[in-house]
Every structure is written in structure tokens, then in C-alpha cells.
Design a protein around this ligand. Structure first.
Ligand SMILES: Nc1nc2c(ncn2[C@@H]2O[C@H](COP(=O)(O)OP(=O)(O)O)[C@@H](O)[C@H]2O)c(=O)[nH]1
Ligand SMILES: [Mg+2]
Length: 675
């Protein structure tokens, strides 16, 4: 099959809008499956993993392909939850069209905003499929108006719904101006255009034509001269503007009842960009060595690693070398089924087996030189939520670290961090659900049961005032003894200064060769101060001391300064410091005031808030929040914002912990150290 007869489509949209159901419907109406399953019954082609079945929601990309009317459709059904957005992003850039599936519920529409943002940022052609019209209680024009508020590109209905909810009849095609009634289990049937819809139909069609005319001077002229463009002309414009991500056409249906699915597929066949057009838009010279991009990695317990790739140029064959890896098989995926394919050509999406080093997003190429191509790339996502993890069985530690690597290989929204200071391994993700699913995979797929806990906070301590202190280390043993004696001044430094050492000894009271040992000894001792944490922002001046011509050595001076600090630091009013983060929170503006309250609850300081640039209807709140309060921030933020809120963060500075909290933190750390 040539690339002109392939369509690569991503199904995206908020969780629960009906994407997996739509995929099932597509497979059914095109005969790829003979019985239609349901997400709710755990019988759908998609969502076959135990994590997805348990939740009745997609937790991972579902991949399927089918052939209809001589066209091969590769469909990537992306999980909708914001926590899995990174998976969606990596998949979408390898397709030629995104179908944004939304529910006809006005209050919930806002949840589609981050998806539309991503699509427009990368100029990915997309159309909107308003699903569940059998449940809709909202007038069609209000749905369209809402979508227009959310989209930065013009939204133009291609179909106009007739009726809604229980009274849903069908739709009007605004290009042909024909009306159709849905029929259960069969293609829709043409009906006379209902009179009461005539005016709305004309209005919507004029809107569409005027929008298209903005991109087509000929059409503009025709409209000005009151000439009617032909259906072919309109379709050609729709095709061109959709392909350039200039407009967002709207289709309607009821995925669960296969209503609107055939029409949608026909529209995709007729109006979506072909793989060749997409490749040309990316300036990929079709002549040249094979280039394929990894959209997603899967680990199958039996068959090992599978990498879903978009072939941008050339062809892939079983056994060929790509990026110094041998392709261990070419497959088409239909849910969990793998169908061997031997080879596949440019424009297709297939899975390659055993490409162990292939990371998500990477370009796999033939030959030694990486291709000089500017292909779409997905920025890494900053994680917002972490658990500290460790293997339930000590003997599984090595297995755990291998399994964590595979988890991250499958899902680039996850990240693993080994924190040497606090001796914890952190699994970072985009939210609680995201991490829970990852932990289930660890346990069920990779067979490493883990224990989780909240990440520890890297507290510090410092001093509020200075003092002088004396330390002497003296030991008389058989032969050589040990002797070192120092007098130091301890003083607070400004916040962020760290550590400073000064030598003011005169006359060789402490011989020169031992000074570095004094400094090193001080540094070492300050790893754990009187409160139990690393001491920072302290200056030490060595101003006097004593030595013994035979017994003095480096170790003795190291120990002496430790004794001096042990004596002196508690007299310097030690205080606890905590890390403070700069946080920028994004939420729909309806939730801004509650977000501000949340920041305050988290002991945060609000620096200000304003409209989020380029995001109609969203605000951005800038704040500083103690790291110790960050653990659940994303959970609370999501629960007050219909799951839409998110944030970016970075370390800002260390700051004194409020007095009332210090004691508890110090005691907890002591108890942990003891037990
Ligand atoms: N009433 C109605 N329910 C639907 C329709 N499409 C899907 N659903 C239901 O909506 C729920 C979520 O569907 P699913 O396909 O899992 O959504 P996804 O998260 O977008 O993949 C399931 O219970 C479906 O049965 C529809 O057209 N009408
Ligand atoms: Mg789904």
C-alpha cells in the first residue's frame, strides 16, 4: 500500500470522552473485529492491560490498524488523563492528524485546553469529534461557542447536529448541505433538511465559508460576488487549511452506538493530510536512508521490547540494522495482538522488536551518520509528584533498578532519581494516578514488589550568632601519641554563602602543614550539626592552638576542630533551614482564588498572579512554597480544578523553618536516625 493510502491518526482528548470506545467502533465498522467490545465490560481491543482494566480507563497508548475502502488507518488511542500527557505528546507527533474527542458538557470542556495548546504549539492538524451526543443537554451552537473560546485556531463545524440527548436525530453536512438520520448499526440515511434548522444551517455554513475565505482569495471573491462555491472547492479548502493547522473542523456522533464513525473515517480519508504531505511539510527528502522515529516503547512479558515507530523515510525490514541495532521483527499492532509484517514503508507506523537502546522520541536511522532532519520533538516534562521507592525484598534491589529503567523507557513522563544525600530512590511522575499505575506495573509486569514512602526533605541548619570555642584531642598510647589543639571563632554567614574558612594563626602555634586538616575536619564535622542536619552558612576562623613536636598529626587536628565545633555550635542558637521552591501554577481562572488559598495552606507566599499568556481563560499564579509542603500539591491542585491544574518548579533558596515546626522535624529526624 503506498503512502497516499495510509492515514495515521491519534485519538486525543480528556479522559472518559470516549476515545477507546471510538477506536472500538472504528475497528467494528471496518470489519477488523467481528464483535464489538466495551471498555466498561473489559472487552475492548484497547485498555487490555490489568492497570487499565482495573480502572476502566486508558493508562497507556492503545495501537490498532485496519483497512477500509482501500485505505490503511493506523490509530493511536492516547490516554486522556493529564497525568499521561507526555505519552500522548510523543505519540501524536508521529501521526498526521489528531482527532480531539470531547464530551458535550460545557463545564468539562476546559479540560481539553492543554491538549489544544500542545497541538497548536506543534502545528499538528486536528479536528474535533463531539461525542456522546446521546447524552447532550446543551445546544449544539453553545458547544461550538465554548470550543471557540478554548481554541486559538478558528473552530468550524463541518457537521451540524440535529437534535440532542434522547431526541438526537442525526446531522447536517455543511459542505453538501444534506441532512442525515443516524441508524443503529448501519450507515446514516439521507433525510430532508428539517425546516427549523434551515436558518442555523445557513448561518453555520456562512461562518465556515468566511473562515475558509480568509485563506483563499478566490473563495473570498466568490463570496463577495454572492457566487456559490461548489462542494469540491469547499472540500479542497477544508483539506488545505486542516493540513496546515489553520482551522479546526468539528464532527459529531455517538461512539458507543457507532453513530458518526463512518462519516468521520470518510472525512479522515478525504480531508486529512497524507503521510507524504506531512513528510514534505517537514522538508524530508524522500530519497535517502531509512529514518524512523520512536513514538512509544512497550515491554511485553513474553516477547520483550517493542518500539512503535513512524517511518519518515525509506523502509524498515526484519533483520536490517537501524542505529546499530538489529531489527528483531516488524509487526502491526492490534491492541495486544502482534501481527508479523516483514517490512513496512515510509509513511507507515509499525512496531519493531528488540531495539533495546531505542529511547522514546529518538530517530533510528540506516547507516552511520544521523540524519540531518528537523523532525518534531517533545520537550521533557517536568515531573510534579514523587514517591521514594525500595524493593520489598532486599534481594530485589538490582532487579528494581533494572525494572525502573524499563518503566521510564516505556513512559518518558516518569523519571528515576537516586538521591545520595538522603539515601532514597525517587520515582517521579505527573501525579498520583500516574505513579500508582507505574507501581502496579513494577509489581505485575516486572515482578518487583516495592514499598513506597514520601520523599524526605533536605533540611539544613545554620546558626544565628557566633562564639569562640576550644577543642583539644590528646591520646597517650604506647609509642606515638596524638595531639592537636585549636581555638576557633564560629560566626554566621549570609544566607547561601555556604562555608568559609580562615586561618589567622601567627607564630606557628598550629604548624602550616596541619591547617588544611583543620579545614577538612571542620567541613566533615559540619555534615551533621547539633540539630542533626548539614550545617551551612557558617564561617570558621582558626586563631590559635597548640601542637606537639612528635605527637601532632593531621588526624589529631581534624578531631580537635570537631571537638571545638561540638562545644561551640550549640551556643550559637542553631536554627533549621528548609528549601523553598519557586512555583508557577497554571489553572483555569475559575479556580484561581481557590488555588491562592491552597498556596497559603501550604505555607506558600504568593508573589502574584495574572492571565496565562496564550492560554485563553487560564491564570498563572507565581508563588514560593516550602519543598516539605510540595508533596501533595499536585493532588490538591487537581482536585480543586477538575484535574486541569499543573505547575512548574525550581529551587529558590533556603529559609528558616517557622519555630513551631522545628521541634517536630528535629525529633522525627532523631527518631529515624536512632531506629
Ligand atoms: N452515552 C455514551 N457513552 C459513551 C459514548 N462513548 C463512550 N461512552 C462511555 O464513556 C465511558 C468512557 O469511554 P472511553 O472510551 O473509555 O473513554 P476514553 O477515556 O476517552 O478512552 C465508557 O463508559 C463508555 O462506555 C457515547 O457515545 N455515548
Ligand atoms: Mg481510553
Amino acid at each position: 500500500m503506498g503512502a497516499e493510502s495510509v492515514r495515521n491518526v491519534a485519538l486525543v482528548g480528556p479522559s472518559g470522552s470516549g476515545k477507546t470506545t471510538l477506536l472500538e467502533g472504528m475497528l467494528f465498522v471496518s470489519g477488523a473485529i467481528s464483535r464489538k467490545g466495551r471498555v466498561g465490560d473489559g472487552t475492548s481491543v484497547g485498555d487490555a492491560s490489568p492497570e487499565a482494566r482495573a480502572r476502566q480507563m486508558s493508562t497507556e497508548l492503545n495501537v490498532a490498524h485496519f483497512v477500509r475502502d482501500g485505505i490503511r488507518y493506523n490509530v493511536l488511542d492516547c490516554p486522556g488523563s493529564v497525568e499521561f500527557l507526555q505519552e500522548m505528546r510523543h505519540a501524536v507527533i508521529g501521526t498526521d492528524l489528531a482527532v480531539v474527542v470531547v464530551e458535550p458538557v460545557l463545564e468539562r470542556m476546559i479540560t481539553v485546553a492543554p491538549i489544544l495548546q500542545f497541538l497548536d504549539e506543534h502545528e499538528i492538524p486536528h479536528l474535533i469529534f463531539i461525542n456522546k451526543l446521546d447524552r447532550s443537554e446543551v445546544r449544539f451552537r453553545d458547544l461550538v461557542a465554548k470550543l471557540r473560546e478554548l481554541s486559538t485556531k478558528p473552530v468550524i463545524p463541518h457537521q451540524y447536529a440535529i437534535g440532542r440527548g434522547a431526541e438526537l436525530v442525526g446531522f447536517i453536512d455543511l459542505v453538501s448541505e444534506k441532512a442525515y438520520a443516524y441508524r443503529e448499526g448501519a450507515p446514516s440515511e439521507e433525510i430532508p433538511l428539517p425546516e427549523e434548522y434551515r436558518e442555523r444551517e445557513e448561518q453555520a455554513r456562512n461562518d465556515m465559508l468566511e473562515t475558509l475565505a480568509d485563506f483563499d482569495d478566490d473563495l473570498m471573491e466568490k463570496l463577495l460576488e454572492d457566487e456559490r462555491p461548489t462542494a469540491e472547492e469547499i472540500l479542497a479548502d477544508l483539506r488545505k487549511t486542516l493540513g496546515a493547522d489553520l482551522v479546526v473542523p468539528v464532527f459529531v456522533g455517538v461512539a458507543e452506538q457507532d453513530k458518526g464513525i463512518r462519516r468521520l473515517l470518510e472525512a479522515i480519508a478525504r480531508e486529512a493530510p497524507t503521510p507524504d504531505e506531512h513528510a514534505a511539510a517537514l522538508k524530508i527528502d524522500p530519497e535517502g536512508p531509512t529514518v524512523a522515529q520512536v513514538l512509544k516503547n512497550f515491554y511485553h512479558p513474553q516477547s520483550g521490547k517493542l518500539s512503535l515507530v513512524r517511518i519518515w523515510r525509506g523502509e524498515v525490514r526484519d533483520g536490517m540494522q537501524l542505529s546499530d541495532m538489529r531489527v528483531g521483527g516488524v509487526y502491526r499492532l492490534l491492541g495486544h495482538q502482534m501481527q508479523p509484517a516483514e517490512r513496512a514503508a515510509a509513511g507507515d507506523i509499525v512496531a519493531l522488536a528488540r531495539m533495546e537502546g531505542a529511547r522514546t522520541g529518538a530517530l533510528l536511522h540506516e547507516g552511520s551518520a544521523p540524519p540531518q532532519l528537523r523532525l518534531p520533538r517533545v520537550e521533557p516534562a517536568q515531573p510534579m509528584y514523587a514517591f521514594a521507592v525500595r524493593a520489598k525484598n532486599r534481594s530485589d534491589e538490582v532487579k528494581l533498578s533494572a525494572a525502573l529503567q524499563k518503566l521510564v523507557d516505556e513512559d518518558p513522563g516518569l523519571r528515576v532519581e537516586h538521591d545520595a544525600e538522603l539515601q532514597q530512590t525517587l520515582l517521579w511522575g505527573q501525579g498520583e494516578l500516574h505513579l500508582r499505575v507505574a507501581l502496579e506495573r513494577l509489581e505485575h509486569k516486572f515482578r518487583v514488589p516495592v514499598e513506597v514512602s514520601s520523599p524526605k526533605t533536605p533540611y539544613r541548619e545554620t546558626i544565628r550568632k557566633g562564639t569562640q570555642a576550644h577543642g583539644r584531642h590528646k591520646k597517650q598510647t604506647g609509642g606515638h601519641g596524638q595531639f592537636g589543639d585549636v581555638k576557633i571563632e564560629i560566626r554566621p554567614l549570609e544566607r547561601g554563602a555556604g562555608f568559609a574558612f580562615e586561618n589567622r594563626v601567627v607564630g606557628g602555634a598550629v604548624p602550616k602543614q596541619f591547617i588544611p586538616a583543620v579545614e577538612a575536619g571542620a567541613k566533615e564535622y559540619l555534615q551533621k550539626g547539633p540539630l542533626g542536619f548539614p550545617v551551612v552558612d557558617v564561617g570558621i576562623t582558626l586563631f590559635d592552638g597548640q601542637h606537639h613536636p612528635v605527637d601532632s598529626n593531621e588526624l589529631s587536628f581534624k578531631l580537635a576542630v570537631g571537638l571545638a565545633l561540638k562545644d561551640g555550635l550549640p551556643r550559637c542558637s542553631p536554627v533549621l533551614l528548609e528549601p523553598i521552591l519557586d512555583v508557577t501554577i497554571s489553572v483555569p481562572s475559575d479556580y484561581t482564588s481557590r488555588t491562592l488559598q491552597l498556596v497559603t495552606q501550604k505555607r506558600g507566599q504568593i508573589l502574584g498572579y495574572d492571565a496565562k499568556p496564550g492560554w485563553p481563560g487560564w491564570d498563572e499564579v507565581k508563588a514560593q512554597i516550602p519543598q516539605a509542603e510540595m508533596q501533595d500539591l499536585i493532588v490538591s491542585l487537581r482536585s480543586l480544578s477538575q484535574g486541569t491544574g499543573f505547575f512548574e518548579w525550581g529551587f529558590s533558596h533556603y529559609q528558616e523553618v517557622p519555630e513551631r515546626l522545628q521541634k517536630e522535624i528535629v525529633e522525627r529526624a532523631r527518631a529515624e536516625a536512632a531506629g
